[in-house]
Design a protein around this ligand. Sequence first.
Ligand code: FEO
Length: 404
Amino acid sequence: MQNKTAHRSLDMAVELKKGIYWVGAVDWNLRDFHGYVTGRGATYNSYLIVDEKIALIDTVKAPFYPEMLGRIRELIDPSKINFLISNHLEPDHSGSIPLFVHDFPQAKIITGAMAAKGFKKYYPGVPFETVKTGDSIDLGARTIQCIETPMIHWPDSIFSYVPEDALLFSMDGFGQHIATAGRFDDQVTMHDVMFEAGKYYANLLTHLSPLISTTLNKVTEQNLAIDMIAPSHGIIWRKHVQTILEAYRRWCSGTTTKRVVVVYDTMWKSTEKLAREISERLYSHGIEVSLMKLGEHHRSDVMAALLEAAGMVLGSPTMHRNLLPRVADLLCYMRGLKPAGKICAAFGSYGWSGESVDLITAALKEIGADVIEPGLKALYAPDAADIAAACDLADTLAERINNR
Ligand code: FEO
């Protein structure tokens, strides 16, 4: 008996607009993206515009080249592709370029002006041309306009905009690491997508917020009509374009809610006891609390929780005159991502030397946090005085947040 649904396959290209297709790849099994846990996998989105001339927007991570090529072949003969536009040099998008160039040397490679230095290093001998903001590529009925967007996510990054379709290819911007069968925001669970969009922002883009703000303003000033946003990762925005634009405005401006992330690691549960007391007291003041023990919660999940939180309390006992390693790891990660505008405090137990609280305090200040001092140190196991001090610390933090 003929299978009536045989026309629908996960291997197929997906049409975004008439003659414009998703031809990327879905990485269902990716669980780590340079230190960021991708619990739902990822996609590498490349797009094909079939006009009088044909353009491929970005490629995919090299192992997925055959998957991308299969989708392209379903639509056209790849030897007819005129342009390969590389919006971003990071190898999750450019990794298939040398394979593609080897197989289809007729395609002219075009990339952002800032990509030149890196492109020569990654792909020596591969010819390319560069574009800058204001340049456009004529495909026939459509044009592709270039908008340089440095540091979203690397200096080389560019957006490609097709005015005739009000379609923005936003590369890493507005992306999410999530592997789904549906390609559009109205085909998947929005809660999951927005959570992953926030986690992605928190773990990849937080430190670039001022530049993202500039880029959003640039797009606003140009008054670009945007009917659809096609990023390089995750689902394509067509129903919830304003939702993701508003979320980015919120995230890059550092808007926070009355929430504190209480993060700790513990040796013999003394620091854990303080964490619980602090959480309980914050909650009693109407502050929403996320209590996260490192080891059970990954650093990248802590960053996601912190994205819209007003504050963070970070605890470690002292071990070997230092921090527990998972706390040091988190602080190293935060030093790079620099979440801005957080009110923070440090706490921890100790046996004799007691450096951990001072080390956390110094690290949080270096990151730029507004740190409440002194932090809370408890000798060995917290007693009634230590619990009272934990409540005092929480009271101070809650007051600062409530009076913001
Ligand atoms: Fe998805 Fe910066 O690469």
